[in-house]
Design a protein around this ligand. Sequence first.
Ligand code: ADP
Length: 422
Amino acid sequence: MSILLGCIADDFTGATDLANTLVRQGMRTVQFFGPPGADVTVPEAEAVVIALKSRTNPVDEAIQQSLEALQWLQGAGAEQFFFKYCSTFDSTPQGNIGPVAEALLAALDQDFTIACPAFPENGRTICYGYLFVGDQLLSESGMQNHPLTPMTDSSLVRVLAAQCRHPVGLVDHRTVAAGTDQVHAAFKALRAEGKQHAIVDALSDADLLSIGAACADLKLITGGSGVALGLPDNFRRAGKLSSDTVADGLPSVPGLGAVLSGSCSEATLAQVAAMQKSRPSFQLDPLKLAAGEDQATEALAWAMAQLDDGPPLIYASAAPDDVRAAQDRLGRAEAGALIEAAMARIATGLVAAGVRRLVVAGGETSGAVVQALGVNGIRIGPQIDPGVPWTTTLGGPELALALKSGNFGVENFFLKALDCAP
Ligand code: ADP
């Protein structure tokens, strides 16, 4: 098997978001959770996304995991590489976006890449290097309250430069609007100045297509899923990708459904409230978990009683003040870890009880659930909402999974997803 595009994503839902874009642009795409072992059969696909859980790990660990993924993708014949992170540039002051990008560049013997998290379809745009969520600056969008990666500076040039050893430049919107050739020329000029990274402005999908075309000869691209929009066409223009591939076919997975939500983003809080209007719910509380209350067993027993009437909702999602209160008492990492461990146990119990269609909200939360279920890989199917497709597992256990990044999805996302499950 030889693939065209090899991708590394720093969290599980982000990986699925990227895979969703590639599928919609006609590339058959599979996603693995970590590099697959030698015993795993990789199905025919033009793109492989290796999902890591490296966003908030210590920098050295994130680099090591990313380099291992790169090595696997190189072995699979990938011609071009993509490092995917969140469209809200989620990172800590130490990284890991900058250090991982620099390590991948060095391993590929390259000296230039772009950094473009823009995702206009979901309201993430970049203008003069400043990231907006809808009409608000990143640092005023709610992301300043993220439980793990609070984003308090909207200047991506400044944020990335603080994480990098090499200088960071900017290709601003005037250049992007002038088209692919100008963007390409700007890359060349920045490279000549010794800039190793370029934040690239993008306000629309048309901008992303120009940028994508200008990246045809870059070995490594870094960004959100949006900038991948223009990459499949580069392969098509080079005669390497057919135009008639049906990329989003999935097998049908009948069975019961359930929703697990560990994201505390504003979008998820609204989705939890929306589902509560018509379905019963069970709330996990980090303080109760820390006090030794076995909420996972309680939640499972509760869910068993609901399952036959429709999908239950189990959530830890809470408003910023409650999250802060729990974190002040337990520590940020410990509060998250307690909830993730409970979600993992609940997911395993639900599947044992016959649930086959799971909607999971939150990147870290999805990571914990997928690992607990022993899922190695997924095939990407049709989109539910921008950035979130249905997927089915490769190998056992046979499940349909919708892994939703915190900020994505319309207000009735949970029930909407289950209504169109494969
Ligand atoms: P998102 O995709 O919105 O970033 P994640 O699942 O990646 O969501 O991150 C949310 C983090 O917050 C997880 O580690 C989760 O366990 C943690 N969390 C969820 N609910 C609470 C809560 N009530 N208090 C503290 N932390 C929480």
